[in-house]
Design a protein around this ligand. Sequence first.
Ligand code: AP5
Ligand code: MG
Length: 193
Amino acid sequence: MLNLVLFGPPGSGKGTQASNIITKYSLVHISTGDILRHEVKNETPLGQEAKKFMDGGLLVPDEVVIGMLGTKIDESIAEGARGFIFDGFPRTVAQAEALDKLLTFKETEINKVLALEVDDEELVTRILKRGETSSRSDDQDESIIRKRIVEYNNKTAPVAAYYDNQGKYTALAGVGTIDQIFQSLCMEIDKLA
Ligand code: AP5
Ligand code: MG
């Protein structure tokens, strides 16, 4: 299997690039943000719990996020998935450890973590622009967007060192055209084949 983590702050382009990568490499896209928004939209108990955190730009508790992923990974492997691209997960060291355990149990592992580097002002500009048309409640208000970036720096940035210690972490420029960034991601992915 080929299992990748697409890593980076809010608005760095993880979702945009993941959708191109899954087409080219036939991987299953797992975006915890998309799964959580689906739960919120359907007003499930999990969604109602998650909404409180998401609206405030805070991370949803680890046990909620980790719990909802196990079944999804199991089902995809049973259906013959060639691999996964994780987008917006893991976002804490505890999540990274849980993912390692889950994949080891399935006799596979994370092959590479590709991080998109974008400066904070560009992140805020991109997300505010998307907020003009998206229905995401966390895209509307600059102070919530900045809270998401602070939350990233405090809780998610340490995940980079976790994977760097395993020799799996590569950072790339996340500023440029979507196609330029896609090409540089593909160059890294092709090295794994
Ligand atoms: P999530 O949905 O994961 O959002 P995020 O990480 O905050 O970031 P975005 O999805 O906004 O950005 P992105 O990096 O995907 O960039 P995109 O491609 O969209 O999480 C939302 C919330 O859910 C969290 O705050 C948390 O509450 C909760 N959550 C989710 N996962 C969790 C977890 N594991 N643990 C705990 N809580 C969790 O691009 C952004 C914009 O920029 C788009 O408009 C795009 O068109 C544009 N753009 C993309 N590339 C470029 C480029 N090269 N140049 C110019 N514009 C570009
Ligand atoms: Mg996203």
